[in-house]
Design a binder for this molecule. Structure first.
Ligand code: ARG
Length: 456
């Protein structure tokens, strides 16, 4: 029998039952549904809407149901549509008519909003923990590789030398902003929706503040119509998740490039690579490739929910049941990516010889030559022109800047002196960039210490 069957004469069409049912995926909310129901009945008893004895019976029943579900003994029924009605029906089966009092002063509309918020709050905590873990791995890796210099790029063309640690810390800060975005999302998720009813609150003398405290919500929502029609908190999470995945995807792309023979900057541990079924020599970076690839589905879930919500009149509409699968998949995808990334990165090694010889090539110290001329009084634009010509000469002569003799330097500017050689080693080039946030060893070490203290 349907919990809402009273008004109906005919049975629901089988296909309609299947089509409208969400139990196949929202059973994942069982724990939060029961947690929310327990807080709700405690409040009903406190407000004398049900008796103490009824409260005890209902809570005992719900706790048994929780145990049944966790031990795999619970039979989910498609005909009961969703997790809320599956649990409520089972409760009445177990404790009799009193089970029917659980849904007093409540609707599935505020109930599902509650379950979603409880679920997301917990997931946000897990995900933020995983972000912090990855940040720790990055700090450790930066510290361990502090002395390795690499070419920094713009347009994927060698630009100026930096430290590997500096490159790693770039991702550290992207993740730090991701962490902050998740904290913002947490604050807006952490608002109690229960008590909004179907759309217009309830006639019962309920105590929403009490429920909020029971469930650890920081606030109680202030407009019932808004509360049951709002999925902003899910959209905000999907948006933060998309940005986070975008960051992991960029990092993945770099790792894929860097493991290619053409770069050979890093080696990803065998445990995180796979082979080819036909080419015996292959060692493929499947993990970063798949993380890069899975970014697409997270973006998809964001677009999907934005599109579901855009035309909905207030308040609840069944369309909103479509908020769940994308959210669950995003949570799983994000957790998997973060976890694997930390583990893979912790075992990734940097090829110092190759990184540094690459940094030596491609005139990555050309800006230093220009800066040298500026220090000696030339306007920067003039210096830029002089060094451009010098570089062109080197390309034609197949030389590095540091190979030029004093006579050769003199051809481009009389200002050049013997002290030019010391200015253009890759170490001096990197360590001269000691402005705040720059790649100089001293500055990078300062940042590592600062962030270690912050995370501790
Ligand atoms: N399964 C529904 C959902 O996830 C629960 C809310 C149903 N409310 C309703 N009025 N049909 O959206």
């Amino acid at each position: 029998m349907k919990l809402w069957g009273g008004r109906f004469k005919a049975d629901t069409d089988r296909l309609v039952e299947e089509y409208t049912s969400s139990i196949g995926f929202d059973k994942r909310l069982y724990k939060y549904d029961i947690q929310g129901s327990i807080a709700h009945v405690k409040m009903l008893a406190k407000c004398e809407i049900i008796t103490e004895q009824e409260r005890e019976q209902i809570i005992a029943g719900l706790e048994e149901i929780l145990a049944e579900i966790e031990s795999g003994d619970f039979e989910f029924q498609v005909s009961l549509e969703d997790i809320h009605m599956n649990i409520e029906q089972r409760l009445t089966e177990k404790i009799g008519a009193v089970g029917g009092k659980l849904h007093t002063a409540r609707s599935r509309n505020d109930q599902v909003a509650l379950d979603m918020r409880l679920y997301l709050r917990e997931q946000l905590e897990d995900i933020q923990g995983l972000v912090r873990k990855l940040q720790q791995v990055l700090l450790k890796l930066a510290e361990e590789n502090i002395d390795i210099i690499m070419p920094g790029y713009t347009h994927l063309q060698r630009a100026q030398p930096i430290r590997v640690a500096h490159h790693l810390l770039a991702y550290y800060y992207k993740l730090d902003r991701d962490y902050q975005r998740l904290s913002d999302c947490y604050a807006r998720t952490n608002v109690l929706p229960l008590g909004a009813g179907a759309l217009a609150g309830t006639t019962f003398p309920i105590d929403r503040q009490f429920v909020a405290e029971e469930l650890g919500f920081a606030e109680v929502s202030q407009n019932s119509l808004d509360t049951v029609s709002d999925r902003d908190f899910v959209i905000e999470f999907l948006s933060s998740a998309s940005t986070l995945m975008m960051h992991l995807s960029r990092f993945s792309e770099e790792l894929v490039l860097w493991t290619a023979k053409e770069f050979e900057f890093v080696d990803i541990d065998d445990a995180f690579c796979t082979g080819s079924s036909i080419m015996p020599q292959k060692k493929n970076p499947d993990v970063p490739e798949l993380i890069r690839g899975k970014t697409g589905r997270v973006y998809g879930h964001l677009m999907q929910l934005l599109t579901v919500m855009k035309g909905l009149p207030l308040a609840y509409n069944k369309d909103m049941q479509e908020d769940k699968e994308g959210l669950f998949d995003t949570v799983d995808t994000l957790k998997g990516a973060l976890e694997l990334f930390s583990r893979m990165l912790a075992k990734t090694t940097f090829n110092q010889q190759r990184l540094e010889s690459t940094a030596e090539e491609g005139f990555t110290n050309a800006t230093d030559v220009a800066d040298y001329l500026v220090e000696k009084g030339l306007p920067f634009r003039e210096a830029h022109e002089v060094v451009g010509k010098t570089v062109l000469y080197c390309i034609e002569e197949n030389k590095k800047l540091r190979d030029l003799t004093m006579e050769e330097w003199d051809k481009f500017s009389a200002v050049f002196d013997e002290d030019i050689y010391a200015k253009i080693t890759i170490e001096s080039s990197v360590d001269a960039r000691s402005s705040v946030g720059g790649p100089a060893k001293k500055e990078v070490l300062r940042v590592i210490e600062q962030e270690k203290t912050k995370l501790a």
